[in-house]
Design a binder for this molecule. Sequence first.
Ligand code: AN0
Ligand code: CP
Length: 314
Amino acid sequence: MKNFFSVKDVENINDLLSKALKVKANPLANQNLGKNKTLGLIFYNSSLRTRISSQKAAYNLGMDVIVLNIGNDGWQLESKDGVVMDQGAAEHIKEAAAVISEYVDVIGIRCFAGLEDRKLDYSEEVLQNFIKYATVPIINLESSTLHPLQSLADLVTIESNKKKVRPKVVLTWAPHPRALPQAVANSFVEWMKEADVDLVITHPKGYDLAPQFVNGVTVEHNQKKAFEKADFIYAKNWSSYTEYGKILSTDQSWTVNQDKMSVTNSAKFMHCLPVRRNVVVSDEVIDSENSIVVEQAGNRVVSIQTVLQEFLKK
Ligand code: AN0
Ligand code: CP
């Protein structure tokens, strides 16, 4: 694996999953693997889980960590080629990526979608430029269209909680007051397509994900019907892909509640967090014993530690 940008960088997902389960069982088994190595974390956006789980995983491997918050501590970075840099950005990614590579051994980057220009967001300009100009491996900490570390943690969570070989997993859209990226949903679909699960997506009309992700996946617009006999309910809001970045509905009838959970096969409830209570999911569901959101967030240490080990072993 050269970089961890998407599921396509993973040679064998089952192999990576079994390595992750080993990390989960014994997180301190490789305490010296990262000795004298440094992880650099670059954040263009806020984070609780990604920030802390990445540091924790690095420490479990004996690595040092340096964090840079672009915009607050670092210079604004230009990502376009050939521009006259007479506006806000003081430095180009070309230099920044190369220079940061002089200081650290692996770079993680978070840079969300702007949700204004679909073509630009889906070109993944920032992450792709880092991949091009850095001389060390790049880890995606949530880019414009993907959040693979979340999906690997989700896969570990499903594997650890499933009661049948091939569980039914439902990705459901849920309302949210702000326009959110499609990244978590895109990645979840991309990873679940490779996993041994029956995946169903449910969302109101107008919220179809990009065809390259949903092709071949069952989409059921009746949410309660989709929930029938489900083993896992994965809730997430995303803004429209077709009417790009728009909120088409905040219909509270899509909130995940106990009435809908009652038609499932005692499904476990999942969400990547942060979550808006009583908008995305009712208190009753997220506080129930079927809610595994905290374990899921705990598995974020497992997912990045597994990926870091791949790069350190080289
Ligand atoms: C972000 C998103 O939906 O992509 C990050 C989720 C991990 N969520 C918010 O901004 C609330
Ligand atoms: N799930 C997740 O990535 O959370 P943060 O945005 O807090 O890192």
